[in-house]
Design a protein around this ligand. Structure first.
Ligand code: SF4
Ligand code: SF4
Length: 140
């Protein structure tokens, strides 16, 4: 076990001052190194953002081809898809197809299970809203 060496109180006094100077210098050095660099942040949504390949954004739906099989709704792990229709199959009349983006994980499972590939995740980022109720979007 390491033995604690007791020192003169003045030693700790000056050591604290030295530690303060060193840590302030380290912090300011880092701060100044960023002052003249291009900012990493952007003013989204006013400024456009670069969308990488494979990005999963808000859904698109080809409602004319949807057969209302509801596979997407069943596959959704957070139950954020709501579908209502008059009938099922090719001639079904879709009356509601909504996604609640407060719950959506953008996992893409809904799109993967859709045999006709009519629901997809587009490269458009989620919309910005100020009221929670506005984030449930109808795809019709
Ligand atoms: S992306 Fe995932 S969480 Fe969002 S609606 Fe599709 S299955 Fe549900
Ligand atoms: S899985 Fe495809 S075809 Fe079936 S309800 Fe969903 S979007 Fe429509």
């Amino acid at each position: 076990m390491k033995k604690f060496k007791k020192r003169h109180p003045l030693y700790y006094y000056f050591k604290n001052i030295a530690d303060g100077i060193i840590s302030t210098y380290s912090g300011m050095k880092l701060t100044f190194s960023y002052i003249f660099k291009k900012p990493e942040t952007i003013e989204y949504p006013e400024q456009p953002i670069l969308i990488p390949d494979g990005y999963r954004g808000v859904h698109t739906l080809d409602k004319t081809k949807c057969i209302v099989c509801k596979s997407c709704q069943r596959a959704c792990p957070t139950s954020c898809i709501t579908i209502e229709s008059n009938g099922v199959g090719k001639n079904a009349d879709l009356t509601k197809f909504e996604v609640d983006y407060t719950k959506c994980l953008f996992c893409g499972l809904c799109s993967e299970v859709c045999v006709l590939q009519v629901v997809k995740l587009s490269p458009t980022p989620p919309v910005v809203v100020t009221d929670k109720k506005d984030i449930t979007i109808s795809l019709l």
